[in-house]
Design a protein around this ligand. Structure first.
Ligand code: DQA
Length: 146
């Protein structure tokens, strides 16, 4: 059976390509989906990309991934730095988790330099722009044995 990777995106990432392009670039989440679908096709995987501005929705999607996904790629947006709930949900997920940030969070405000999600993630990509998602897909394919 084809394995599915869930790509979860937190608050404000629906505005990718529109908000602060000097930090986040001009590409959109639709571009991210196209790039990740191409990697998925290459590696015989399926991909499902979701975005919500609501913490509880992200938690619910992580719970759903327990049954539906072989791995999770997550850009939690600001929830990265605040959400024990997202961390707890990820800890209840058994497959690999990769964390992606479009910007280099380590070069920004000090509050962005702590990530709850990094306590769970097998790997982190930050500052590679939206290309980071496709790179994470390649790594995820290896981690799930695709
Ligand atoms: C982000 C970095 C976070 O600090 C910020 O709150 C975001 C986006 C990134 O992709 O660079 O919303 O996760």
């Amino acid at each position: 059976m084809t394995k599915t990777v869930h790509i979860l995106n937190g608050p404000n990432l629906n505005l990718l390509g529109q908000r602060q392009p000097e930090i986040y670039g001009h590409e959109t989440l639709a571009d991210v989906e196209t790039a990740c679908a191409a990697v998925a096709a290459e590696r015989g995987l399926a991909v499902k990309l979701l975005q919500s501005n609501w913490e509880g929705q992200i938690v619910d999607w992580i719970h759903a991934a327990r049954q539906e996904a072989a791995g999770i790629i997550i850009n939690p947006g600001a929830l990265t730095h605040t959400s024990v709930a997202v961390l707890d949900a990820l800890n209840a997920f058994e497959g690999p988790v990769l964390e992606v940030h479009v910007s280099n969070v380590h070069r920004r405000e000090s509050f962005r330099q702590h990530s709850y999600v990094s306590l769970r993630a097998e790997g982190v990509i930050a500052g590679f722009g939206v290309e980071g998602y496709a790179l994470a897909m390649r790594r995820m394919a290896t981690l799930v044995g695709a």
